[in-house]
Ligand binder design. Sequence first.
Ligand code: F6R
Length: 355
Amino acid sequence: MKEDKRMTSCPVGKEALSQSGYARMLELVTGLPKQLTAAEAIARQVDLGPRCDSRYVIVAGMGGSGIGAELVGGLVANKAKFVVVPCRDYSLPNVADSNSLCFVVSYSGNTEETLSAFADARRRRCRIVAITSGGRLAELAKKARLPVILVPSGLPPRAALGYLFAPLVVALQKLGLYQELGQELNRAADLLSRRQKSLHRKAKLIADCLRGQFPLVYSTTRLLDGVAERWRCQLNENAKVMCHTSSLPEHNHNEIVGMGRPIFLARHSVIVALLDSTTHPRTRQRLKHLLDIARGTFRHKFLVEITSGSELFRMLSLIMLGDLVSVELALRLGVDPMPVARIDELKRRMSLAKR
Ligand code: F6R
């Protein structure tokens, strides 16, 4: 990881820190490798039926349950014969039909958009696999005799990423759509658990600098678009801060012009650019030039790259790094990373105001 030389360390404040929430979320975040291994074994045991050759693999899910779509999409984008279509809405895109495979993912099993997408997938006669810890989704899928990959319950959905992501990978393998990731999963999880400490050290450094600042997370390759998105969601929900993501090279054709305004934001912007060996060499040059051309429009920058291991391992490492940053930032801001009161309140109000 390269840091901006102008970076100054921002010490941890003396606010009342939520130690118990911090410790719990830290435990969950660092439990990712164990979750991956456990969920791999669970998914292997579920009978998913015959193989298929869908061109569209739709992943319907919201928030922490939906992010797997972008992650898997990034991993298979340049290799698979199918496209992964994320669905974060009440209905599926019109390409969805009886030849499509549709994963319906909701950790609680009770998210209304996802349940509606499930009903739509049924109407369109998609091949459905449900991934959930229970709730209404498990009930409905079981009643319809559809395969359900049932993962352990009781966690905040965003902290169940391993339980929700590994089944996608295993199911793609079992259904004959994509082999490599399923084979690689346990090895990547094992390596990840050994890298945890060094990732945590880096995370503390980044969190020190993000305190009181506005994070701009840049992805520089399709592989990492979902990772940047995961950073944003985790910073939103754990650290309770706003965060902006952007993707290179597209950024160079629009956002580069807007950098620096509004001025109050620019003064407090910290760029975290996520790089990988799959980043196009010309995109690396673009990042270098952009940081030079737009210098003065941001306060600090970090260039983050994992240089060893498989694509899956590198992706998981950057996810864990972002997760750790979000928890460490929560500690520095004196906020409890566990509750997401506004999401709960919105869900509560929506459940009262039935259509
Ligand atoms: C909360 C979280 C949320 C939920 C989302 C959908 O930890 O991450 O983004 O994932 O509200 O709920 P589920 O995952 O239960 O379908």
